[in-house]
Ligand binder design. Sequence first.
Ligand code: PA5
Length: 357
Amino acid sequence: MVQQCDLNDFEGLCRLDSTGMMGALEGLPAQCTVAVGDICDCVELPAIEAISNIVVTGLGGSAIGGDLLRVYTAGKISVPVTVNRDYVLPEFVGPDTLVFAVSYSGNTEETLSAYEEARARGASVIAITTGGKLAGMAARDGVPLVKIPAGCAPRAATGYLFIPTLVILQRLGLLPDLTGEITAMAGFIKELQNKIGPESPEEENVSKQIAHKLYKKIPVVWGVTGTTEVVAQRWKGQINENAKAPAYWNVFPELNHNEIVGLEYPPEILKKIHVVILRDEQEHPRVQKRIEITKGIIKDALDGVTEVWSSGDGDLARLFSLIYTGDYASLYLAALYGIDPGPVKIIDYLKWELAKE
Ligand code: PA5
């Protein structure tokens, strides 16, 4: 029988956390600062001719940085950014493509396969990993390697996995100098940590309050296309992996054209759904109106709706404020279920079964 943890019991939270997920999350601001400096400084980039498109290939915790890149750079970069979560690459990938092959472990078979395909198609490839087979392949092929520190779960290494993609695009002249914005974002979330971290009491701690709302409920996280969509996906993944609980995500305005129609049956199950709407000041005015109308439509059918607003100055800080809030909420939800947030035995089992052949 699992024991629910009191979220104000700091020692209790740490006792459940055998792999140090809480500590790793506390290190996110430092990861970003290190990634903008030391980690990328020593990477030698070859002269890369005209780039027409960028692909980030990876899975799970290593792919979310690709989505962050796609959303964050949407209005800032003149070439499309695509995230590939598969063994194979889209047909358009060729010599004018820059491919980031990202795998925290360096051993994810889909990413290794996509890496080989990118090389075969003559794309410019950059590997981001702690080591494993991917590091070996990059060394074999003379491919630039961003070697990031090992020792935490991929989903707890978002700073290491995402920030280098920005820095490299900046060095290639595809993005302006973002050092100031990245450093300011890291400083901002470090301050935010005082409010939502494990030592901040529940009465003042938004992440702990959200965990309580999601406890014994089915979380459905809604973001907005172009702003918080990647955060909604991140919240879902973090609730799955840290709290070992189901969660679903969708985006405005698309969900207004299907998902809201599907909230009538079965009413007893719908009453278990708690919707989180991720809000941002950059939302399109018509989307704001849609959100208000939608809240009215769904309010009686579901358990409840919680809105969480981004904070901070700049696109990066606002994105990370919501990511940090959700990451902590997922760890607190794990504590409410009385489980260890770190191990992902099912993923390990699947990889182990696949490796048998
Ligand atoms: O969080 C996790 O452990 C997973 O989502 C992994 O990131 C995913 O399985 C891919 O592994 P890796 O990040 O090592 O490439």
